[in-house]
Design a protein around this ligand. Structure first.
Ligand SMILES: Cc1cc2nc3c(=O)[nH]c(=O)nc-3n(C[C@H](O)[C@H](O)[C@H](O)COP(=O)(O)O)c2cc1C
Length: 222
């Protein structure tokens, strides 16, 4: 009995509850279409960065409840949104080349994040969420992200392909951790994933595998 109580206590301590709960937030439904115009980030919203760091953890249990437009906007802005007048992004990038693009897999299609215009542009129709992962929990989660690098960005820099891939992966890890912290600070759940059906994703998106590489993936939801 004592052991059981202790186990419950440990479970309570380690359970990933979906970050800091939000209060009084605007929640506009997302309407999918050729483009999704995003809302500007509310810089006053969310937990402190220290609270987000304290509550960040990986979740593997998501409901099908969709993200609101404000949440979707906040997530992609956290990943790779413009945060300065010179056009640089929330996440750092080796040599400021930004080869990694954010592809959002929603129920009705796959969208490429246009950071400068702060909008999602549909690049494939249909529900391809399962392709963006190799784990069942992602199939019905409201948002999966594939971080896909355009290695052409490094052309002419005389860098070996493995170094280019490594740097692209490092860029993507920064994007993904921004999202993890955004989620933790805004009542959402998230997990960084190395597992994805990369070849199939590139095929669906019509991206040439000699040039484009899926370097990391992520699931975000509630
Ligand atoms: C680069 C990277 C890839 C990962 N890939 C997966 C994955 O494919 N599937 C998964 O369930 N978890 C994946 N994880 C999550 C780790 O398993 C998780 O971070 C680790 O167990 C520590 O738990 P925590 O994030 O809750 O602290 C990945 C994490 C990182 C950083």
């Amino acid at each position: 009995m004592r052991k059981f109580v202790m186990m419950l206590a440990v479970a309570a301590m380690t359970a990933c509850a979906g970050g800091v709960q939000k209060k009084d937030v605007v929640a506009t439904p997302v309407v999918e279409g050729a483009e999704i115009v995003l809302t500007q980030p509310d810089l006053e919203a969310g937990a402190t960065i220290n609270m987000a760091l304290k509550s960040r953890c990986s979740s593997r249990d998501f409901s099908a409840e969709p993200l609101s437009l404000e949440e979707l906007s906040g997530v992609v802005w956290a990943a790779a949104g413009v945060n300065r007048e010179d056009g640089h992004l929330t996440a750092p990038s080796a040599l400021a080349l930004y080869p990694v693009k954010v592809y959002a897999f929603l129920e009705g299609g796959v969208y490429l994040y246009d950071a400068q215009a702060h909008k999602l542009v549909r690049v494939a129709e249909g529900d391809h969420r399962a392709l963006s992962a190799r784990q069942e929990f992602a199939n019905n989660a409201p948002l999966n992200i594939a971080y896909i690098a355009d290695t052409k960005v490094y052309e002419g820099r005389n860098m070996p392909a493995d170094v280019v891939r490594f740097l692209c992966g490092q860029d993507a890890a920064g994007y993904a951790e921004n999202v993890n912290l955004y989620a933790a600070g805004n009542g959402l759940k998230a997990i960084t994933r190395g597992s994805a059906q990369s070849e199939e994703v590139l095929k669906v998106l019509n991206l040439c595998p000699e040039r484009y590489t899926l370097v990391l993936a992520q699931t975000v939801g509630k």
